[in-house]
Each structure stands twice: as structure tokens, then as C-alpha cells.
Design a protein. Structure first.
Lengths: 455, 287
């Protein structure tokens, strides 16, 4: 490796001269400057390690799209008072879950004043801004950010051990004592390291999103918001029976509307995702919110929604994986979270790597502190707790039967068709069950799974 | 990097200079307000400037010369200069100038920074509604030959380049240009990808910062570029006795007969001149 003007490594007992190879250029290489990578680099740099943060986009966040809300409390210990300079769009004051059929919708809508004051709950943010902000924090702490550079493979020494990464630049081999792969949902590094036993497409969904420009006051009026308040709606039953869901959320002067559907289900249904999105935008409950919006961005992204049971090995010899690369996305119906898990896992990976580097050993055993950390905090605890929920949410019953079943019950409750007397909830429920083929034992079993998971 | 952090420009060998301009590569226009906004993260050297840099690197390699890059602007152009150093430039200079400074001032600043270079390259014009006049001003400042709007250039002998330029009718002209010369090139050639070690080195490489040239520093209004306004067309006032409809028709020219624009479609210069003279005579411009 040619000499480079970076902070010297803090010791070189791994991946360095002990086995006859040249010294490593960096203590650690973090691949991918998304939330996971930036958090890992920030943690390592603060621990006094030399760290290269590689990003394939022209700046951190340039390659990202976004379809949700960032829950920032995970930043409390990484960036104290983060809300003072985080590039947010709106603080989410209203969370709503909508059950939908082509002609009906039922919304549970919650609003809280506590969510629009520090330390806040969730915020909508453009990932291009948010990722760049967090990566800048890592740079300020001493990380070396290298953009427009793609890590193409793991670099291995003569002994087969990982020595760094190869990149797509000329003379692009970069050595380090440990590599943290935060290279996103299709993590080629984790796959090439053999950490994924099997790559099953049924564990992935594809999200398609439109960002529509609307004047701020129009958004405020339509969504009943004031100031920096924001609205986030998660939708079930809007994907023509294909396992998945939809979302709508507000930015400052734009709104995002999109769908998330199973890759396998989409292929089987032979439906274009843009058709599903167009249908959602035409739904009477969504159309008034997006009317006259000017299309700013149309994008698509793959999401790892398989949950705890499909996570890969998280630790390899001189290698850790975090964020989407490690399938750390919680898709548990009312909770759709990813960025907070990316930051949590990235920070833990950084801490574990720094600890291993201090010991001069980056073997699987020495890096085991990573798994211990995320087992102990929310990252794996939440995934383990809700491990059954992704299957439940994506099931035929939740996707096809329950939304019209519930909507029909509610419709009958609120329909006054005198002189017919009100039949009562049990009768309405039984009628709706028969109409939509909902079996009582399925209802009870799914209810039990839900109670066990959410309870 | 502050102005105090300066590095000595290599002077031992002759050098090729490349002038780069930091421009927004993507802008958004708000359709309601007409407000134009640009993201600095999506800004940098234009494709034409990158082509100039690539040609500069080729010349420096072919002749064994140094390559200097310079830009006139604020601190935002430093990542662009560092990227040029990563691609192979030996040194980079930033002249402190406000954005939207007029072309003669920019040329004077660049002449100060790159005045010792025997061959200077620029993009043909900048993407932010540039007129392509900086290279011409630069050549005038330096007393160098100028060859502007070149499609391609190639090194021939040391310090001499051969360039190709478009002519009307799809034809090209080939020029042999000896140093000292200022060349501006069209986009086309892609800038080489910088090696990773060079990218890492360029992050902390010294960058020379020159102050704003004195004659312009003391007169901030000098050469300030104003917002674009189309040249007004003077029209005589309609007579007050005319009806409102006729006044509007007169001022707008609506419904009035127009002659199609005349085009000179001959390769014979004498015949072409006759056509132009007849046209001007018919309209009363010449008698």
C-alpha cells in the first residue's frame, strides 16, 4: 500500500507485519457511509482509531432514498443534543395506522404534544441530508471519508485472512486491521465472506416511493398540522393482496407516498409496482392529501424485512456487518424502523472493533463483543421479541382478509339503515367473517401471536 | 485552508495550467416562485473543465512538465481542486474571489495564479450561463495565442499542440498552436479516475490560496455581474387617438405581416455579401 496522509494506525498486531504482510494503512475500514457506517466510523474515531469511511456515492446519502421516519433517540449518546442541528424536515406529531380496502379505510390516529418538543420521538428527514450530517460528525471526529469509491471485494492475505478491501479505483487496495461492512441490503462483502448461509428473496421487500412537492401551507391544512409538526401514516391493505403495505408522510414542503411489497409476491402477481402506487394515490383517503403534488423524485429500494430469523452471522474473522447489510430492519406492522437499528448496530460494531483493536486481536472471538452489545440493547432484543410479526403481517389473512373484515364491521357499526334495527357487534362480526372467509381459529391464533409479540 | 497555509508552486519545470470553475451541476427551479436553488454537494467542475484537466494531464505526461490547477472562488471550490490533485495535478491554487465575479476580473485573477504556465487550458464555457469569455480575456492578459472552443487537442512536439475546431457545414479546421497559448475545449474526453492513494494524499495536500487581486479588492462593484435582463426593444408610443385594441396590436406586433428571416445559403462570398447588402438596403439600414 503506498503511503497515505492519514492518522497512523494505533498498533499493528493484526493484519500487519506479524505475518510478514505490510502494515495496515488504517485501524479499520467502514464500507458504506449510511447511518450504520457513519455511526461505526464516529465511534471508532472517538476511540482514537484511524478509520477510513468508504462511500460509493459522490457524498454520503447521495445514493439513498427514504420512506419512513428516523427515530433519533438512539443518537442521544453519540451526538448529545442532536436535535439542535440535525437536518430534519418535520417532527412527527401524528402517527396513524390505516386499514384499507379499495372503497373503505379505517384509521387509528394518535397525536402528542410531547413528540414535538425535545428530545422528540421521530422526525421525517431527507436521507441525503441526514446521512451527510452524521458522516460529517464522523469526519469531525477524525474519520477519513472517501467518496465515489466502491468496495468491490474483501482483500485477503496469503493466509486467507481479511486484510482490507479492494475498491474500484486504480491502486484501489486499502488495508486495515478490521473491516466493518455497512454496505447496504445487498451486502456483497457479507455474502463474499460467507456470512449469509442462504440468500432467500422471500426475506426481501421492494419499496417504491414518490416525493411530491406541495406548498407548506397546503400540507399543513390537509394534514391538520402546524409549525414543524409532521404526520406519518402506515397503511395495510393497499397492495391488491400482494403482501406488503403503504406509507404516507410529510416533509417540510413535500410529501412522500409509497408502497412496500414482497418481491416474491410482486413477481407472482405480475403487477408493476408503479400501478400499485398509482392506485394508492387514487384512493379516496389518500388522493386529497397528494392532489396537485408535483413529482420531485421517483425511487425504489430493496428492504430486508425477514427479521431476526433470517439475519446472517454478524461477526467474521476481522469482519463485522451492521445495518441493512445485517438485515437489521424491524418490519413489525405498527413499527417500521430501520435507521435507528442501523445507527445502534453501527455504533456497537465500532465499539466492539475498537475494543478488539486495543487487544491486538480481531478474530471472531475478539469481536464477539459486537453481538453481546446488540443482544443487550434494543437492536437484537426488539428483533427477537418481534421475530414472528413479519410473517404475521405478510400473511394472506392480514393482507387480504382482515382489512375488509374489520372495515365491514366498522361500516356496519356506523351505518344507520332504519327501520332495520342494529344487529350488534357479534352479528356484524360473524357476517363479516363469513363474507371474507375469516376462520375463527385463525383469528384466535393470530391474536395470540400478536399478543405474545406485542404484549 | 486559510490564506496563510500556502505551498510553494513548483517552478523548476515548465508547466501546464488548467483553470477550473466551481459550478452547480444540477439546479432546481421552483415552478411557483421561479427561485433557483443549487446544492453545493452536486457542484464541481463541469464536463468541459474536466476535459481540460484530462488534456492538461496528458500534455504534462507527454512533455514531462508540471501541471497546475487554479480556480477563482470561495472555499467551496477546494474539494474540486483536491480532486484535480488526486487525478494528477502537482499543485493547486485558489484565488479568493466572490461568486459571480465578471469575466475580466476572473481572468486577471487566474492570470496571476497561472501566469507562468506556458500552456493554459479551460473548459469552453461554464455551465452557469457563462459566455466562454474568460479564456479569451486570459489570453489577452498573458499576451498568449488563443484557440477557443476546440473539439479535441493532442500534444505534438514539446509545448506544441494540435487542435480541432468545428466550422459551419459540419467541417472542421485543424490548428497547430505553439506555446504560449490559451486553449478552451469542449466536453467530451472523460477525466481519468484518480488512484485511491492519490485521493487520500490529496485530502491533506497543501493548497495555495492567493488573496483577491488588489485592483478589484478595493472596488467591490467592479465587474459585478448583474441578473440577466433581456435588452429592451424601444417602441414608439401609439397615438392617443388610437383605440385600445389598435394600441395593443401595435405594441405587440400581433396580426402584422412579417417576412420570414432571410438565410444566406451560398458558399460564394461575393454572392453572400450581395444578399446581405440587398437585405439591409430593403429595410432602410443602408442607402
Amino acid at each position: 500500500m503506498p503511503d497515505v496522509a492519514v492518522k497512523p494506525t494505533t498498533g499493528d498486531t493484526t493484519g500487519g507485519s506479524r505475518d510478514g504482510t505490510p502494515p495496515a494503512a488504517f485501524d479499520a475500514i467502514v464500507v458504506g457511509a449510511g447511518p450504520a457506517g457513519a455511526a461505526a466510523a464516529l465511534t471508532l474515531a472517538r476511540a482514537g482509531k484511524s478509520v477510513a469511511l468508504l462511500e460509493r456515492g459522490i457524498f454520503p446519502g447521495a445514493k439513498n432514498m427514504y420512506g419512513g421516519v428516523v427515530y433519533g433517540r438512539v443518537l442521544d449518546h453519540l451526538v448529545p443534543n442532536w436535535w439542535q442541528d440535525v437536518p430534519y424536515q418535520r417532527w412527527v406529531s401524528r402517527r396513524a395506522t390505516m386499514l384499507m380496502t379499495p372503497t373503505q379505510s379505517l384509521t387509528i390516529d394518535y397525536r402528542s404534544d410531547r413528540w414535538i418538543e425535545a428530545p422528540y420521538n421521530g422526525m421525517t428527514a431527507y436521507r441525503a441530508d441526514f446521512d451527510a450530517w452524521l458522516a460529517a460528525k464522523a469526519e469531525e471526529a477524525g474519520a477519513t471519508l472517501v467518496c465515489s469509491t466502491t468496495a468491490t471485494s474483501l482483500l485477503r492475505g496469503a493466509d486467507g485472512r481479511i486484510r482490507g478491501v479492494s475498491t474500484d479505483r486504480p491502486d484501489g487496495d486499502l488495508t486495515a486491521r478490521v473491516v466493518i461492512a455497512c454496505d447496504g441490503v445487498n451486502s456483497f462483502l457479507a455474502k463474499s465472506a460467507g456470512l449469509y448461509q442462504a440468500f432467500d428473496p422471500s426475506n426481501f421487500t421492494v419499496a417504491v416511493k414518490e416525493v411530491l412537492r406541495l406548498p407548506r401551507e397546503v400540507i399543513d391544512e390537509r394534514c391538520r398540522l402546524t409549525g414543524d409538526e409532521g404526520l406519518d401514516i402506515e397503511i395495510v391493505g393497499c397492495t391488491a393482496g400482494i403482501p406488503g403495505g403503504g406509507f404516507f408522510y410529510t416533509n417540510r414542503d413535500s410529501v412522500a407516498v409509497g408502497i412496500v411489497v414482497s418481491v416474491i409476491g410482486l413477481a407472482a402477481a405480475r403487477v408493476r409496482p408503479e400501478k400499485l402506487l398509482a392506485d394508492l394515490k387514487k384512493h379516496p383517503s389518500i388522493a386529497p392529501l397528494v392532489r396537485d403534488g408535483e413529482l420531485l423524485e421517483y425511487s425504489a429500494h430493496t428492504i430486508p424485512e425477514g427479521g431476526y430469523d433470517v439475519m446472517p452471522e454478524l461477526v467474521g474473522d476481522r469482519l463485522l456487518i451492521a445495518g441493512d447489510a445485517a438485515a437489521m430492519c424491524l418490519a413489525a406492522g405498527i413499527w417500521l424502523e430501520g435507521v435507528n437499528f442501523a445507527i445502534g448496530s453501527g455504533a456497537a460494531a465500532g465499539e466492539a472493533a475498537a475494543e478488539a483493536l486495543d487487544q491486538g486481536d480481531a478474530s471472531v472471538a475478539a469481536l464477539a463483543g459486537y453481538r453481546r452489545r446488540i443482544e443487550a440493547n434494543f437492536v437484537l432484543a426488539d428483533h427477537r421479541k418481534f421475530r414472528r410479526v413479519p410473517h404475521l403481517i405478510m400473511s394472506e389473512r392480514v393482507q387480504r382478509q382482515y382489512p375488509p373484515f374489520v372495515c365491514d364491521i366498522v361500516e356496519k357499526m356506523f351505518t344507520v339503515d332504519n327501520p332495520t334495527p342494529k344487529l350488534g357487534l357479534r352479528r356484524w362480526a360473524n357476517d363479516a367473517r363469513r363474507t371474507h372467509g375469516v376462520r375463527l381459529r385463525d383469528l384466535l391464533r393470530d391474536g395470540a401471536v400478536g399478543l405474545r409479540s406485542f404484549g | 485552508m486559510s490564506g496563510a497555509d500556502t505551498a510553494t508552486t513548483p517552478q523548476s519545470r515548465p508547466s501546464v495550467g488548467v483553470a477550473l470553475k466551481f459550478v452547480p451541476l444540477r439546479v432546481e427551479v421552483n415552478p411557483l416562485t421561479g427561485m433557483v436553488s443549487a446544492d453545493d454537494r452536486l457542484a464541481g467542475a463541469s464536463p468541459a473543465d474536466e476535459a481540460a484537466l484530462e488534456y492538461g494531464l496528458r500534455f504534462a505526461e507527454a512533455w514531462g512538465w508540471d501541471l497546475l490547477v487554479a480556480s477563482a472562488g470561495d472555499h467551496r471550490c477546494e474539494p474540486m481542486l483536491r480532486a484535480a490533485m488526486a487525478a494528477g495535478a502537482n499543485a493547486a491554487i485558489r484565488v479568493v474571489l466572490p461568486t459571480d465575479t465578471a469575466a475580466p476580473v476572473v481572468a486577471a485573477a487566474l492570470a496571476e495564479a497561472l501566469g507562468d504556465c506556458l500552456v493554459l487550458l479551460c473548459g469552453d464555457y461554464s455551465l452557469d450561463r457563462g459566455t466562454g469569455s474568460v479564456p479569451a480575456y486570459l489570453a489577452a492578459q498573458l499576451g498568449a495565442a488563443q484557440a477557443l472552443g476546440l473539439v479535441s487537442v493532442a500534444a505534438v512536439g514539446e509545448g506544441t499542440v494540435e487542435g480541432e475546431r468545428r466550422l459551419d457545414g459540419g467541417r472542421r479546421e485543424r490548428l497547430r498552436i505553439p506555446a504560449p497559448a490559451v486553449l478552451s475545449v469542449e466536453a467530451g474526453v472523460r477525466l481519468r479516475r484518480a488512484p485511491l492513494p492519490a485521493v487520500l494524499r490529496a485530502r491533506s495536500a497543501p493548497l495555495q490560496v492567493l488573496p483577491t487581486p488588489v485592483p478589484y479588492a478595493i472596488d467591490p462593484a467592479a465587474g459585478t455581474r448583474r441578473p440577466y435582463r433581456p435588452r429592451p426593444k424601444a417602441l414608439p408610443s401609439p397615438a392617443a387617438t388610437m383605440s385600445a385594441r389598435d394600441r395593443v396590436l401595435m405594441l405587440t406586433g400581433a396580426l402584422s405581416e412579417r417576412r420570414t428571416p432571410a438565410a444566406v445559403r451560398t458558399n460564394d462570398p461575393v454572392q453572400a455579401a450581395d444578399i446581405v447588402l440587398t437585405f439591409l438596403r430593403e429595410r432602410g439600414y443602408i442607402s
